[in-house]
Design a protein around this ligand. Structure first.
Ligand SMILES: [Zn+2]
Length: 258
C-alpha cells in the first residue's frame, strides 16, 4: 500500500522508496487532481513492473494540463535523454476510471522497458509498445484478454494492406512513418512481437513479457541499439530467433514478413 505524500511542494513529489517514480507537476493541479493522477500512474506502473520486471532506473513523469481535451490523455511522449520518463498531457476533469482504461500510459511506460532504438526503427519500438499495452491493461483487469485479442486482430487487419508489397518490411515502415500512417506502422511492427511471443511459448513455455523480466536485469542498462536488444533477447532465449526475425524484417518482402 502506497501512502500519498503531502502535496504542499510545488514541483516534485517523490514516492516512498521502492516505487522509483518521481512526479513533476509542470502546471497547477489541485491536491485532489494530483491524488487521482498519482493513483492512475502508480497503478499502471506497478502493472507494467509486474508484467515486464522492475525497471532498473528512476521513472520521471511530467504532468501538463490539457483542460480542453475531450479525452483523458490527448498527448504523451517518452523522455529518453539521460533521465527516462514520460511527458503526459492530461485533462484532469476525467474520472480515475477513464484514466485507468486509457491505453496511453501502458503504451508509453512499455516503451521504457527497452532503450531507445532510433527513429529509423520506429516500427520496432512502436510495435513493441503497441503489443505490450494490451497485456498491461489485461493485467490491470481493465479489459478481458478476449477483447484485447480481438482488438489486436482488427488492428492487424487494418494494417495488412499497407504491407502488401515486394519491398522489404523496414522500407515500407519508413514510408509509413514519412506519410504519417502511424496506426499501420504501429500494428505492422506489433507482429514482430506476436511472432516472438508465439515462439517463446512454443519452445520455452514462457511469454515474451516474461522474458523481459530477465532483460531488465541483464541488459536494459547496457544495450545501446537495436542490434544489441535483439542479441540480448537471443542470449536470454538461448537461440537466434530474434536476430533472424530482425534480418527478415529488414530484408525480406513485406507481404511475406507481415
Ligand atoms: Zn509509442
Amino acid at each position: 500500500m502506497v501512502q500519498f505524500p503531502a502535496f504542499t511542494e510545488k514541483k516534485s513529489t517523490v514516492l516512498p522508496a521502492g516505487a522509483n517514480i518521481v512526479f513533476h507537476w509542470e502546471d497547477d493541479f489541485s491536491n485532489d487532481e494530483k491524488k487521482k493522477l498519482i493513483t492512475w500512474l502508480n497503478t499502471t506502473s506497478n502493472a507494467a513492473f509486474k508484467l515486464l520486471g522492475n525497471y532498473p532506473f528512476e521513472l520521471h513523469f511530467h504532468l501538463y494540463r490539457a483542460s480542453s481535451a475531450n479525452e483523458p490523455v490527448p498527448w504523451a511522449n517518452t523522455i529518453r535523454a539521460g533521465k527516462q520518463g514520460v511527458d503526459f498531457y492530461v485533462n484532469p476533469d476525467f474520472a480515475l476510471g477513464d484514466f485507468l482504461k486509457d491505453w496511453t500510459a501502458p503504451h508509453e511506460i512499455s516503451h521504457l522497458a527497452i532503450p531507445a532504438v532510433g527513429s529509423d526503427n520506429a516500427w520496432f519500438s512502436e510495435g513493441f509498445a503497441s503489443f505490450l499495452q494490451g497485456e498491461i491493461l489485461v493485467g490491470m483487469s481493465e479489459f478481458p484478454q478476449e477483447e484485447i485479442d480481438a482488438r489486436y486482430q482488427a488492428k492487424r487487419d487494418m494494417a495488412e494492406p499497407f504491407f502488401d508489397s515486394k519491398k522489404p518490411f523496414a522500407k515500407i515502415a519508413s514510408r509509413l512513418k514519412r506519410d504519417h500512417d502511424y496506426a499501420a506502422l504501429y500494428w505492422g511492427g506489433a507482429g514482430f512481437f506476436a511472432k516472438l511471443d508465439e515462439h517463446l511459448i512454443k519452445t520455452k513455455g514462457i511469454k515474451f513479457a516474461e522474458m523481459l523480466k530477465s532483460y531488465q536485469n541483464c541488459c536494459r542498462l547496457s544495450d545501446q541499439d537495436l542490434d544489441d536488444v535483439v542479441s540480448s533477447f537471443d542470449k536470454i532465449s538461448g537461440d537466434a530467433f530474434s536476430t533472424e526475425l530482425l534480418y527478415k524484417y529488414r530484408n525480406e518482402k513485406a507481404k511475406d514478413v507481415f
